[in-house]
Write a protein that binds this ligand. Sequence first.
Ligand SMILES: Cc1cc2nc3c(=O)[nH]c(=O)nc-3n(C[C@H](O)[C@H](O)[C@H](O)COP(=O)(O)OP(=O)(O)OC[C@H]3O[C@@H](n4cnc5c(N)ncnc54)[C@H](O)[C@@H]3O)c2cc1C
Length: 454
Amino acid sequence: MSGHFMEHNHVTIIGAGLAGLAAARDLHRAGWPTTVLEARLRVGGRAYTFRDGFAEGQYAEAGGEFIEDIHGRMLALVQEYGLSLDPVRGMGEWTRRLALSGKHGEADETALWGFDLAAEIEQVWRALATLGTAVPDPTQPLTAPRATELDRQSAADWLAALPLHPFTKQTITARLRSEYLAEPEQLSLLELARWGSLYYSDPTDEGASFRVRGGVDQIPRLMAAELPDVRLGAMVTAVQQHPSGATVTFQQNGQTHTLETAYVVLAVPPGPARQISFDPPLPAAHQAMFNGLNCGPLTKVIIQYRRRFWEDWQWRGSLLTDLPITCAWQPTMTQPGESGILTVYTGAKAGADFSAMSERERIETAVSQLDQLFPGSAALVSHTRTMAWLNEPFTQGGYALFQPGDVTAHWATLRQPAGRVYVAGEHTAVHQGYMEGAVESGQRVAKQIQEQRS
Ligand SMILES: Cc1cc2nc3c(=O)[nH]c(=O)nc-3n(C[C@H](O)[C@H](O)[C@H](O)COP(=O)(O)OP(=O)(O)OC[C@H]3O[C@@H](n4cnc5c(N)ncnc54)[C@H](O)[C@@H]3O)c2cc1C
């Protein structure tokens, strides 16, 4: 065991994802000594770009990808570091091309579907905006007048009450599965209403999204480069709190180390947080929160094709389907080259099934389901990679999923420190599930710690 005495205001940040790095950066800039302990051999956590093995210098995001136009903190980081953004079409892009019950085409092909599917989808966006009015302040869902009642219900209850054609329900279900990593019955209606209020309040505004040109992982790398002490391969196993500080125990290079610190930022997802032992134990509400919250299952299969066969079909690459693959899009929309990449994004139950497959089987399943829709495409595959976030020991899922009851049970605790331990991570944020939320949470704890000392 090696021990180090640290200054009385030293902060140890557990996890070098965007949340931990944002906390460390703000504290460091304010003059606080910081140490970041990261279990993996790279920074960024779920902000991770796949580059190796792809022809023509193309790349795709293995984790976080899109930055929305209302994500001011992420946009500010992009600007500050001199990075460029590539625009992505608005929200409507996701429900334009559909493959449902063996039919396959654009939502507005009324003859194909037998009714005006595109108009019904518009109707759902309006219903979501109306649902959102139940949560007047999406940053404080517990203040909604019917918070408890809504949190007891699920998105399935809401969907069942809407007079929609089964094809529309299949479309919206596929959308919920890929957006919230949940089957509709697994998603708290209070949480969906909060999203309705935060992101869908104007059904005519498709919003704009962006990707970071060259890969999103540039952001965490640039953030880490500003910091004085980031240790990789350093897996925290225990946090012991005492009256004047805390002792953090971590494994690095096969050895056990300890670090004396004044404050701890716990910026790891709920699954990995459960595996850290706390002495004394965390307060009951924090234990209940970490035991009760999980990240939903999520896999990506990244498929590079020798040519962009989708252009033959006047298709841009975005698709929602009731096939197990659930959702696809094209990360190379703005990348040069003959080749092109499709990302298959699978959450909820199908995401759990895909996570249980071997990598090879998962890739073959995705390639063959796309070939079913676009015959001949499988023969054009040149390179593939996949990531099942549920199987990653330091993540254990895609992003947090709030099941019925979870918002009322855990919302307040997610933002409260446990003694000297400050909890950050996308799961604790207003913009939960997004990189924006990770940064928001890191900035929040940096502020909370500084207020503690002033
Ligand atoms: C497939 C996928 C697609 C996504 N798409 C989008 C998107 O399009 N847009 C968007 O904004 N967001 C998206 N997200 C969400 C976004 O990536 C996350 O919200 C964000 O990156 C989470 O950051 P974080 O810092 O909270 O957690 P993480 O990035 O998970 O960071 C936690 C860090 O803690 C480390 N760690 C864990 N346990 C320990 C331990 N015991 N000791 C030390 N270190 C430990 C981990 O290795 C990790 O580096 C997506 C996520 C996934 C998985």
